[in-house]
Design a protein around this ligand. Structure first.
Ligand code: VG1
Ligand code: CO
Length: 471
């Protein structure tokens, strides 16, 4: 029997092994029962459904729709492959009870996933997912089962979520600045749900775009759909050759961004977050605080300090950032993996919005992003970050985490000045350098995050971490 657990962002499993039609029905029944326990369910019955470009996405959504309908709810399926932020916006725009999104985001092709969002469009918080997990465990103990229609034949009411979402982005982004700039843009769609969204919006403002991987391919070309340096390599090469001024990319469900600067350099999401804060505060004169997760760069704090903005630190996962964005004015909230949202938008990360915001910054200041960063670094000092994914055999994982969590005094030659356990283990070292370790909640990996004040410092710290992980 599969244990259905919601990790950093939804429940993920290997298709046909644990992510099966029966388990999707079971998880949906757990969600339906949760929704019925809420007073709002008196007013609305709508639940928004959507899926990414993965194998059987639509069929998994239809299986969920059938279970919701059997529970007296009104499922509404988004047409085609739909980005996570678009589903989030649709939930809010239609005042629905919540949404179920079939996506495994950046995971490799053999995975599928289920993200549940509440009526505010935010990823469900742990207090909600705990109730759903308990419902699922109870249903399992009662041997609950559901006799569904033949796979893919259930009929569900559908909607086109695009017009409402485009309207929202036209409110948030300065499309006039983009129109005037007539940018040449390379767009990495990563065989994902961003197709027809980011590229279309850019084309509408007269940008000259070159698309990469805009066809349907549920195997993602043998890679995993993540717009990190490796995922953005083709775009980097294209931009470096002078054929575009900026490269913009998305992950499989378009909630993460990847940005390539004019010279072909892939910018870390840490740098992009610092730039987004700078742009919204300085050029747009927005007010409020900034939120970042524990392993996100202190470069964000340094820029915030410069602009007199308060910083909040949360555990990893946009559900924590989203919750804060709902409770007070937050200019921008984001995380080092490439997630960001802004004031007035959904409390969910939006890669499409983030990409357009960086294009807007270039159009506004008529400078490269690297140039703007360099100017900021003259005042804040430099920040060099890295993220290493370590594949550890399950039998060794606990021992390694216990060792890292035992409160080390030294990391290699560096003295630990402070130990933070908000999420995993973060060690503050002298000179505002730090390292952090935590178990991924989406993949069988341990992540190691590093920040140093120079390229040489980063190299030294990386060696120290590698030694520690191997010992
Ligand atoms: C990773 C990232 C985290 C992100 C999560 C979901 O989680 O580190 O920042 O919110 O993926 O992103 P973890 O636990 O594997 O480190 V997505 O785009 O896959 O929904
Ligand atoms: Co994603």
């Amino acid at each position: 029997m599969t244990t259905i657990k919601f990790g950093t962002s939804g429940w993920r499993g290997i298709i046909a092994q644990d992510f099966s039609f029966n388990n999707v029905r079971l998880a949906t029944q757990g969600i339906a029962e949760y929704l019925h326990s809420k007073p709002e369910t008196q007013d609305s019955k709508q639940v928004i459904l959507g899926h990414d470009t993965r194998f059987l996405g639509r069929e998994f959504s239809l299986a969920a729709a059938e279970v919701l309908a059997a529970n007296g709810l009104a499922p509404l399926l988004c047409q085609g492959n739909t980005p996570t932020p678009v589903i989030a916006h649709t939930i809010r725009a239609r005042k629905a009870l919540g949404g179920i999104n079939m996506t495994a985001s950046h995971n490799p092709a053999e995975y599928q996933g289920l993200k549940f969002s509440t009526s505010n469009g935010a990823p469900a918080t742990p207090d909600v997912t705990k109730q759903i997990e308990a419902n699922i465990a109870r249903l399992q103990s009662e041997n609950w089962s559901f006799k569904g229609a033949v796979i893919g034949t259930y009929e569900c009411k559908t909607i086109d979520p695009k017009p409402d979402y485009f309207k929202q982005l036209r409110k948030l982004i300065d499309f006039n600045a983009l129109k005037k700039a007539k940018l040449k843009v390379a767009v990495e769609l990563m065989w994902g749900t961003g197709r027809g969204y980011l590229d279309t919006l850019l084309e509408d403002v007269g940008a000259k775009i070159t698309r990469f991987h805009d066809e349907l391919n549920p195997l993602f070309g043998g890679h995993h759909p993540e717009p990190n340096a490796e995922g953005m390599a083709e775009v980097s090469k294209f931009v470096r050759s002078g054929k575009a001024q900026i490269g913009l990319g998305l992950d499989g469900d378009a909630d993460r961004f990847g940005i390539v600067d004019k010279d072909g350099t892939w910018l870390t999401p840490n740098q992009v977050l610092a730039l987004a804060l700078y742009h919204l505060k300085k050029n747009r004169r927005w007010t409020g605080a900034v939120v970042r997760t524990v392993p996100t760069s202190h470069q964000v704090d340094a820029v915030a300090h410069l602009l007199d903005v308060k910083v909040y630190e949360t555990p990893v996962g946009f559900k924590y950032i989203g919750a804060l964005m709902e409770s007070g004015p937050i200019i921008v909230g984001g995380e080092e993996s490439g997630g960001l949202s802004v004031k007035g938008h959904v409390p969910e990360k939006d890669g499409i919005l983030a990409c357009l915001l960086m294009a807007e910054l270039v159009a506004t200041e008529k400078k490269s992003l690297g140039r703007i960063l360099k100017d900021l670094e003259k005042q804040t000092g430099e920040f060099h970050t890295d993220r290493i994914n370590v594949s550890v055999p399950p039998e060794k994982k606990e021992a390694l985490l216990t060792k890292l969590g035992s409160g080390l005094d030294q990391i290699g030659p560096y003295k630990v000045e402070k130990f933070i356990t908000t999420d995993g283990f973060k060690f503050l070292l002298p000179n505002n350098e730090w390292v952090a370790f935590r178990a991924s909640g989406t993949e069988p990996l341990i992540r190691c995050y590093i920040e140093a004040k120079s390229a040489a410092g980063l190299k030294k710290l990386r060696e120290a971490c590698k030694k520690l992980l191997a010992s």
